[in-house]
Ligand binder design. Structure first.
Ligand code: FAD
Length: 456
């Protein structure tokens, strides 16, 4: 009988153990379920849906080259897969492990109807397998990484299966276009189309381009004006490439790549956190944050909108927020600055920022987004201290952001390097907004809020 492969964020053919195992067993039914219904499910944001459309189209084309194809269905995973198994006589479902709380729920529910075989392959190590001497899970990144590091390198990646046998007849599939994952009016995806090639082939291209530059990563990774990082995050998020593939290609290329590989460790660490704290995207892990005096109300809503639109009057923050809106991605250093600005300078609940990133990032990832937002806010298990407040203007100078600001905030393009990070009232062009808040005032307000939260 045919074997179902249940695809989620693992949209590749190479080094994809669920596809490989199913292909060894018989005719394969690869299915993607657009599931907005499993309990606690977090519906994908707009940028992710754009990516998903193209990634599914690319996977379908790759499957067709092998005589197979992708079946698209919509609904609650549990119901859709039970129905498909009944229609086709399939008795087994193969899939990769995912650790978002809704996927773990869905896995339990699916396994009630049909035999579900879960494989590892989207992380350096299975989440939950990296344990302390006493057998518990780590809360803090550094010891987590030290232990994980000892188990690496990951097994060498597997090639794509030679043959993916087709069933005698294909079950019904939805039409991708009818899922309406792409924006229509307005079409905000132009910048994304110019920046990305979703799908396995696009991921390989990014990887090969990065390998050339990998030994400069250590030096360049904090410079937003330089393309010094891999930009593999959306490809990794959608599983178009596996971390094992990246690890082996980068390590084989030679040079000092330890820092880069440690970033892949952060990605694993985030899954280790959501496994322990499934509500991490919504619930602060530290007590003073249960009842923090975040600002709210009409004026604050307008300030949040200014932050989202890149009109805060702080050039580096605005450059980052505009890069995000245009391309669906923002440089990590600038993510840290822009996130800190929202939480500490504007004193807005980090969950507002988490939601905006969730909707606008092409790499929006429940674990990584929540871990990084809680790290920024100081509310997480492994967190920066709230009282350490990033100064956007000196960060901008320190990390040489002039070229980056010129690219994303063209109205400041005429200012010299010495002025662009912090334009004076005289040099500030009319069309560029005034600062939403003064740095020193904001800092004092944030520290006072922290004192109040601690005392309550
Ligand atoms: P590289 O520097 O080339 O790193 C390689 C890979 O390592 C990345 O592709 C990513 O998968 C992983 N990685 C790197 N840094 C981190 C990190 N701090 N945490 C977890 N994984 C990391 N990353 C996401 O993938 N999804 C998110 O939703 C997300 N939200 C974030 C929110 C905030 C507030 C901040 C400060 C960071 C967030 N990050 C998120 C982490 C990081 O900014 C991106 O992973 C990185 O910028 C992606 O670019 P890159 O692929 O060029 O990274």
């Amino acid at each position: 009988s045919p074997v179902i492969v249940w695809l989620r964020r693992d949209l590749r053919l190479s080094d994809q153990p669920a596809i490989a195992e199913a292909a060894r067993k018989g005719p394969v039914l690869p299915v993607y379920v657009l599931d907005d219904e499993t309990p606690r499910h977090r519906a994908m944001g707009g940028a992710s849906r754009w990516w998903l459309h193209h990634s599914l189209a690319s996977l379908d084309a790759a499957l067709r080259e092998k005589g197979s194809q992708l079946i698209l269905r919509r609904g609650r995973s549990e119901d859709v897969l039970a129905q498909l198994a009944e229609e086709t006589g399939a008795r087994e479902i193969h899939a990769l492990h995912h650790y978002e709380p809704w996927w773990r729920n869905a896995e339990k529910a699916v396994a009630k109807h049909t035999q579900l075989c879960l494989h590892h392959g989207n992380y350096l190590a299975p989440a939950g397998s990296v344990t302390t001497g006493a057998g518990g899970l780590y809360k803090i990144y550094t010891p987590f990484w030290r232990t994980l590091r000892e188990r690496l390198p990951p097994p060498p990646p597997a090639r794509r299966p030679q043959v993916i046998a087709a069933p005698p007849s294909w079950p019904r599939s939805d039409n991708l276009k009818e899922w309406a994952l792409l924006p229509t009016k307005p079409d905000w995806a132009g910048g994304m189309r110019d920046t990305w090639e979703p799908g396995e082939a696009g991921a390989k291209k990014r990887l090969h381009a990065f390998i050339e530059e990998a030994s400069a990563y250590e030096r360049q990774r904090n410079l937003p004006a330089v393309e010094g990082t891999s930009m593999l995050s959306p490809h990794l998020h959608f599983g178009e490439i596996s971390p094992a593939q990246i690890w082996h290609s980068v390590a084989d290329a030679g040079g000092t790549v330890g820092t880069f590989l440690g970033e892949l460790g952060w990605r694993d660490y985030a899954q280790n956190v959501i496994l322990q704290y499934p509500d991490y995207g919504a619930k602060p892990a530290r007590e003073p944050f249960d009842d923090f005096p975040w600002r709210s109300g009409g004026e604050v809503s307008a300030q949040i909108a200014a932050w989202q639109q890149g009109r805060t009057g702080y050039p580096i923050v605005d450059a980052g927020m505009r890069q995000l809106w245009h391309t669906g991605w923002m440089h990590n250093r600038v993510r840290m600055i822009a996130a800190s600005f929202l939480v500490k300078h504007l004193l807005v609940d980090w969950r507002e920022g988490e939601k905006w990133f969730w909707d606008t990032l092409v790499d929006a990832d429940y674990g990584s987004n929540a871990v990084n937002w809680q790290w920024t806010a100081g509310s997480g298990v492994d967190a920066n201290m709230f009282v350490r407040i990033m100064a956007p203007l000196s960060q901008s100078e320190k990390f040489d952001c002039a070229g980056y600001i010129r690219e994303w905030v063209p109205e400041l393009g005429g200012l010299p390097d010495g002025e662009i990070h912090d334009p004076s009232p005289i040099s500030r062009p009319k069309e560029y907004p005034d600062r939403l808040v003064d740095h020193r005032t904001a800092r004092e307000r944030a520290l006072a809020a922290w004192q109040k939260a601690k005392a309550d």
